[in-house]
Design a protein. Structure first.
Length: 89
């Protein structure tokens, strides 16, 4: 099972609600803050946002709902998985 997204993780955005969201935001970033209280609607298109935590680059930036992000594991985690696969194969 993968670890939950937390401060310091490198993440990539895998979903957006509108073009406005993707134009103002980075696609790949290191999480600087996790917010628990966020807006209910997108400021660009008015789409209802999920009732969940948001991850952002800083406390000043609203960021993305965590379900819209995918954690990129550090290389040492990936190497460990590869070794496990080789041993069991």
């Amino acid at each position: 099972m993968s670890k939950p997204i937390q401060v310091g993780d490198l993440v990539v955005v895998v979903r957006v609600c509108c073009v406005g969201y993707q134009d103002i935001s980075p696609w790949l970033f290191r999480v600087g803050d996790v917010h628990s209280v966020m807006p209910r609607k997108c400021a660009c298109c008015g789409t209802e946002l999920p009732d969940t935590q948001f991850a952002s680059t800083s406390k000043k930036y609203v960021g993305f709902p965590i379900p819209w992000l995918k954690r990129i594991p550090p290389l040492d985690e990936l190497e460990g998985e590869q070794r496990k696969e080789e041993l069991t194969a």
